[in-house]
Write a protein that binds this ligand. Structure first.
Ligand code: FE2
Length: 267
């Protein structure tokens, strides 16, 4: 079965790009960010996946950095789409959006310390082959929601965040995470989100995950896209159905009754 993976060159290029972006986009916080990533470990950052199951997204070595860079790119595109659609993109800066995008999944890297990775390679070949469970969550660290671990790590290294950045990271999963409902599904005007940044980040993350799923699906041919096309064709049928009015139906009913009567009594 065909597998999808990033090449060694792609992993290296992404890793380099990741640090170039830190220097360029967050010069004031670059030192703290680099200290944090170095404490987590170069190897862990470079090779961590973005999820555990092959058909989720980027459950591959180097998947984490690849995903984060894509979310940053997509967030910028989404920002421009929002602007073009006439939505309000004030109330936050592009730098804040990029900071939240870069660190939205930080918690997936785990906690600082040997053996405290967020994901560990699944040693069960059966689960890898039959269920696509390439990685497993690490039971050597306590359970946390990813955003909580991301924010914990950032504050551990005294990396300051604005409220927009904090909230963007905290609720980037949108309403897929029930704990975000208070922010997104409020019934009160005063508790509405003050700007569109969390929504832009959420959309970018969803689109990036879908991109990565499709890339995996096309390479491995494990997702039957042809079947979906068939369903679509059936739905958009060119066949025009006759529209019957109430009186048409009455006439038809009368004819049917007459036919039945004739058949029974041989008229
Ligand atoms: Fe993500």
């Amino acid at each position: 079965m065909a597998q999808f993976s990033l090449t060694a060159e792609q992993i290296q290029t992404n890793y380099k790009k990741f640090f170039e972006r830190i220097d360029k986009m967050f010069p004031d916080r670059a030192e703290g960010l680099k200290e944090m990533y170095s404490a987590l470990g170069e190897e862990r950052l470079m090779f961590s996946p973005a999820s555990s199951i092959d058909y989720y997204h980027n459950a591959i070595p180097g998947g984490y950095v690849d995903h984060v860079l894509r979310v940053m790119d997509f967030a910028l595109l989404e920002y421009k789409h929002y602007e073009a659609m006439g939505l309000d993109v004030t109330g936050f800066t592009v730098q804040e959006l990029m900071f939240a995008a870069m660190n939205h999944d930080l918690g997936k890297l785990g906690f600082v310390g040997d053996g405290k990775d967020g994901y560990i390679y699944n040693t069960s070949e059966w689960h890898r082959k039959n269920q696509g469970k390439i990685y497993d969550s690490n039971d050597n660290i306590p359970f946390t929601l990813t955003p909580d671990r991301s924010l914990f790590l950032l504050q551990s290294f005294r990396i300051p965040m604005s409220w927009n950045e904090y909230l963007g990271i905290r609720i980037h999963d949108g309403v897929y995470d029930d704990s975000n409902k208070a922010y997104y599904l409020t019934k009160q005007l005063k508790s509405k989100l003050r700007n569109t940044m969390p929504q832009i980040l959420h959309n970018a993350d969803l689109a990036a995950a879908r991109f990565e799923f499709e890339r995996w699906a096309k390479t491995t041919n494990q997702f039957n896209t042809a079947k979906l096309e068939d369903l679509k064709l059936k739905y958009i049928s060119n066949e025009v159905k006759e529209v019957k009015t109430k009186s048409d139906k009455k006439v038809e009913l009368g004819k049917n009754l007459a036919t039945s009567f004739d058949e029974i009594f041989n008229v």
